[in-house]
Design a protein around this ligand. Structure first.
Ligand code: APR
Length: 240
């Protein structure tokens, strides 16, 4: 039987995505890579301490990810969410833990990148200037430009130990949501893994979509098993 999620005129939908939604676009998930990159634990190249101690290594890691992201294309799951947003307008918000830009390239606009964006850089000294668009794949640290204040730019990424972006808007929207759909995330990184509990407290239906059960599976009212690109197109039935 084909699974369907019914969305009525009174529903307000919050979607949370993780690395799994980009897997079918060819971008490896963290779990699939065993949490390792070139012999380093991913946590060791994604921390403020790593940036301080070895900025060349951190920039090498993110330059490689920029190159991978630029070569990838949105898949049917990204497009299904953009189509859902077009139907629901301001009753829809998409929050992604992913730093790739495949959601926006598929047409999503009501979008929060809570862990930052690969295609931007900002001042490493936090001088207050806003992030700048930057898709450059740097071959060495010497190529990385300086901010107008003189400090070096860093990737616009929320490292382990740093506070995710737009938390107030996320919390406010979750409190008003009647349906939360979580796609392709292992439920192992907080605070994102606790959003489902906030939605449950607000009385929302909570649905997980992915090929395996996440660590926080018990918090979902329904689990739809399968790959996002196969499941999402045709999953939502909107009656409004
Ligand atoms: N469709 C849907 N889900 C998939 C697919 C697919 N085709 N392929 C794999 N998955 C699921 C896996 O079952 C797994 O549960 O995607 C999940 C990926 O989990 P992780 O690699 O842990 O990624 P994620 O949960 O997004 O990581 C969260 O951790 O390293 C940090 O900041 C980084 O945003 C990231 C955060």
């Amino acid at each position: 039987m084909t699974e369907r999620i019914l969305i009525g005129p009174a529903d307000r939908v919050f979607v949370l995505t993780g690395a799994g939604i980009s897997a079918e676009s060819g971008l490896p998930t963290f779990r699939a890579s065993d949490g390792l990159w070139a012999g380093h634990r991913i946590e060791d190249v994604c921390t403020p301490e790593a940036l301080e101690a070895n900025p060349a290594l951190v920039w090498e890691f993110y330059s490689l990810r920029r190159a991978q992201g630029a070569a990838a294309e949105p898949n049917p799951a990204h497009r299904a969410l953009a189509e859902l947003e077009a139907k629901l307008g301001e009753r829809f918000l998409l929050c992604t833990q992913n730093v790739d830009d495949l959601h926006e390239r598929a047409g999503s606009q009501r979008l929060i990148h809570m862990h930052g964006e690969l295609a931007k850089s900002r001042c490493q000294a936090e001088c207050g200037r806003p992030p700048v668009e930057d898709r450059t794949v740097y071959r060495s640290l010497e190529e990385v430009p300086l901010c107008a204040c003189g400090a070096r730019l860093r990737p616009h990424i929320v490292f382990f130990g740093e506070t995710p972006l737009e938390m107030k808007r996320i919390q406010r929207t979750l409190e008003e949501s009647t349906l939360m759909v979580v796609i392709g995330t292992s439920g192992s990184v907080y605070p994102a893994a606790s959003f489902v509990n906030w939605a449950r407290q607000a009385g929302a239906r909570t649905v997980y979509v992915g090929p395996e059960r996440p660590l926080n599976a018990g918090a979902f009212t329904r689990i739809v098993e399968g790959n996002a690109g196969a499941v999402l197109p045709g999953l939502f039935e909107v009656s409004c």
